[in-house]
Design a protein around this ligand. Sequence first.
Ligand SMILES: Nc1nc2c(c(=O)[nH]1)N[C@H]1C(S)=C(S)[C@@H](COP(=O)(O)O)O[C@H]1N2
Ligand SMILES: [Mo]
Length: 258
Amino acid sequence: MTIFSRRGLIGVGAGGLLVSGCDRLSGSMGANAFVAKAERATYGWQRLIGGQTLAQEFTAADISPIFKANGSTDLKDDDYRRHVDEGFANWRLKIDGLVARPLSLSLADLRRLAARTQITRHDCVEGWSAIGQWTGPQLGPILKAAGLLPTANYVVFHCADNYGGEISKGGAQSTGLYYESVDLADAFHPQTIVATEMNGKPLTVAHGAPCRMRIERQLGYKQAKYVMRIEAVDSFAHMELGKGGYWEDRGYEWYAGI
Ligand SMILES: Nc1nc2c(c(=O)[nH]1)N[C@H]1C(S)=C(S)[C@@H](COP(=O)(O)O)O[C@H]1N2
Ligand SMILES: [Mo]
């Protein structure tokens, strides 16, 4: 068993689900009640949208020989470059916001969690598609382990890359940091994973190292790369330009269903 949470005691048995360790180890009834309530709230959301349809999955033979890297593909940021040089040994993914127990997960922690592998088609609004295989822990159990609070309505992915102050892209009003968000139905969707591998290898910098989201029922720009922090919020109206994502702030749809 591995203890890796900064605050609480979160255990991961060999191949075991993070949440089961959490239930077993969290001594406080309060925390358990929080989680139970959050789970009920989640199921409420799922019923609202009429169940969880899966995006189509493909076979290994369908994997595209070339998967274009798009948007940010090489980060110059000093902190990020240092993490690359260190093999992300000192990098942490933060899970915070409206959660009972904020988490700080290393790349090794992420790799220790029960992983899902899926071969899916990525569709970019710019008019190209590619099929790739993605591996990583599902987001749902991570949010449950963090004790998602009933007041949370959305999950925001904060990325390391910054498009800067380009006025044509709204840079004058926002920081230019890439971010994305989904509702709880997509956050708990079985195919929503924090991918650390692509086509059986660690994610490259071009594809979002050390981890990127796969949210398979939505378009390419929702697939946040270079994810540094996952924040549970009740609303994203106060964030950046208020539309829930970098491209959403520049006119794209927030729900980018395929
Ligand atoms: N952090 C971050 N995530 C991002 C982007 C980006 O520029 N920065 N581009 C998005 C877009 S438009 C697409 S199509 C995909 C591209 O993912 P890929 O480089 O793995 O093909 O990443 C998405 N996620
Ligand atoms: Mo895209």
